[in-house]
Design a protein. Sequence first.
Lengths: 113, 236
Amino acid sequence: MHEMSLMQSVLDIIEDASISGKFTKVKKICLEIGVLSCVDAGALDFCFDAVMCGTMAQDAILEIVKKQGQGWCVACSKTVEIGERYDPCPFCGGHQIQVTGGEEMRVKELEVE
Amino acid sequence: MCTVCGCGGKYEKFGGARAHEARRIVRVEQDILAKNNAHAEKNREWLKARNILALNLVSSPGSGKTTLLEKTIAHMKATRPVFVIEGDQQTNFDAERIREAGAPAVQINTGKGCHLDAQMVNDAIRTLHPQENSLLLIENVGNLVCPASFDLGEACKVAILSVTEGEDKPMKYPDMFSAAKVMILNKIDLLPHLDFDVDQCISYAKRVNPGIHVVMLSARTGEGFEGWADWIEGMI
């Protein structure tokens, strides 16, 4: 269940940001999660309450913005959209695709007070 | 138009500036794994400065990682010192096997954790003190999911798949086979007794990672071991 330790990292980032941003309460946490990242959005949601309990983000809402997977097809020399790592190129059907996007796992922004 | 931020008046009717004060947004734009990655980068620099080749061995439980390590130690130790970091949820069994094979080893017990992280490896390196020009083998927790996400500061990940597991593993666990530079197909001495389709397996692995290098061997019998030893030599 690595989503638990990822959510713990989210809390660490929030606590660091609270020092520089001088806030004491978080109302909303916006994460950007690529569909090709090694994390399941549902599992993150599941861990959210457990990790944030008793912290400044205890009552926060979790918003997850999904990012589409993208790759560079070597055969077609162009960027294509993919939903999974093993998806073929939608143009040539080949698998010579280098992933260029959709692996993000970022804390985008926080709504605070 | 709202005069506070140009939001189009969405919050103006609720009290303008006051509503904006209440909705304070802090842009963070930080990678969730930033802390781990920073530790990993420190590990990588430390290892590189000492010309230590670190490999992160990942697989499901029972793929033969520890046997592969024992054979690798026996093969390499005449030419290059080998050090081992062992990751398991519990017990010192693997570190003891490695020490018996003749290499200094540190065991990390992750407890309830499902993967090693860069901080754990940093602590282990401090205890282990691998010497310059050595080979550092990190045996990750047996798990084809979580260890894919965590950079430990290694030169690369090596995924081990035993032929008893089924040829579709690279498609079922694409993140791991995409993160690895090498796939070792282990236990090939058992192939005559199985329906495992080697070509199909390699084709699946190349679908998720077109550049993956494949080595076929049996850690038990030693068949195909030169391919692995040659690849390590090439990395050094």
